[in-house]
Each structure stands twice: as C-alpha cells, then as structure tokens.
Write a protein that binds this ligand. Structure first.
Ligand code: MLT
Length: 207
C-alpha cells in the first residue's frame, strides 16, 4: 500500500498507524501523529479504494452504508500490509497504535473487530460501527480513545454509544471524548487524544 514511514526516536514508543478520512492522503495526519507522540515511528497509509477520485480504505454503497465484503477484504489487506511494513521498516508489529479519522477510524475499528492482536491500542476520531452481528475477538484491556461530536450527522450519538458498548463488551478499555461539534476533528479533540496517549503509552507505561 502507498505509505510514508518516518522513524521515531524512542525504540519503545508505539508505532502510530495513521489513517486518513475520505478524500485524504497519507500526508494528512502526519502533523497529528507528531503531536500525539513526538518520539514514535509514523506509518501513514493511503486507502486503496477510489470514490470519484477520493481515496478511501473500503467501498461504500451510500453514505454510511458499507460494502461489507469489501470492508472485510480491505481490512485483511491492511492487516497483511502491517506485517510487511514491520519487516520492511523494522518496527515492532506487536506495538502498533492506530490513529484514524472518519473513514480511517472505521477501518481501524474494523481491524479491532476482525483481527485479534492487530493493534495495541487505537485513537478513533469520529468512528462508526464497522459491522454488526459478529463476534469481536478479545480486546482485553486494549486502550481505545473515541472522539465524537454531539452534533455529528455522520456518526450519531447513538451509533457512537453502540460502538462503545460493543468494544467494551469485548474487553476494551474505552475513553470517550465528546465535543460540542459535528464531524470535524477539532484541535481540542486532538489535544485530548494526545494527553490520553501519553497517559496510556507514555514513558514508563505499559510494556
Ligand atoms: C465512511 O464511509 O467511512 C464514513 O461515512 C465516514 C466518511 O464519510 O468517510
């Protein structure tokens, strides 16, 4: 997959997997990644699907209606790519934390829903429920930050609550951050994510 890899300065810091929103590119979240974890390696990936020229991580049939078959196949492709990228760039495959916005948050959520141990944690900015009616692999203690907007027309309050319940039922340790805003990723939400990351994975935490 087309991507940018920037090495980090702390060998123990998680690699951040950066996943853009619809119409974005692998350049979009580099600044956010550096803000969240200045010492981390950054792996920023471009979605392989084009919707009217706009990159995405999987196909959709309509706004908010996912092509589940494609979602499953693209999630598997991304998971395989992580194995390959870890070998190519020399980062620890077991120490990857996803940071996704919108469509990127949805494929990150789909990794958690479909592939055990695919992520050590995740920051999901404005995610939806990627899939319903499936058994989610154990996420025992996996830290997940969810940023949501009380007026987000794409990820409604009830959908955000449903996602939180599903992930919690699988054992994930959820921190939900609500903004009085819509679907946009605000500076205060990004700052809250950075603080959460430092508290969850900063020097001396975890490993
Ligand atoms: C999606 O299709 O993943 C969501 O609707 C978010 C977006 O608009 O990309």
């Amino acid at each position: 997959m087309r991507h940018i890899f920037e090495p980090g300065t702390d060998a123990n810091a998680p690699t951040l997997l950066l996943l853009h929103g619809t119409g974005g590119t692998e350049r979009d979240l580099l600044g956010l990644g550096r803000m969240i974890s200045p010492a981390s390696p950054l792996l920023s990936v471009r979605g392989n699907v084009l919707e009217n020229g706009m990159p995405r991580f999987f196909r959709r049939l309509a706004e908010g209606v996912f092509d589940i078959e494609d979602l499953i196949a693209r999630t598997e492709e991304l998971n395989r790519f992580l194995d390959e990228a870890a070998a190519q760039h020399g980062f620890d495959r077991g120490n990857v934390v996803a940071v996704g916005y919108s469509n990127g948050a949805n494929i990150a959520g789909s990794l958690l829903f479909h592939h055990a141990n695919s992520l050590r944690g995740a920051i999901l900015h404005h995610p939806m429920v990627p899939r319903r009616g499936v058994e989610i692999p154990s996420l025992n203690g996996v830290p997940v930050f969810i940023g949501a907007g009380t007026n987000d027309p794409i990820c409604t309050r009830s959908e955000s609550d449903e996602l939180i319940s599903l992930l919690e039922a699988a054992g994930a340790a959820i921190t939900a951050h609500w903004e009085q805003a819509g679907h946009q990723l605000t500076r205060t939400e990004a700052q809250a994510a950075a603080e959460w990351f430092q508290a969850s994975f900063g020097a001396g935490v975890g490993r």
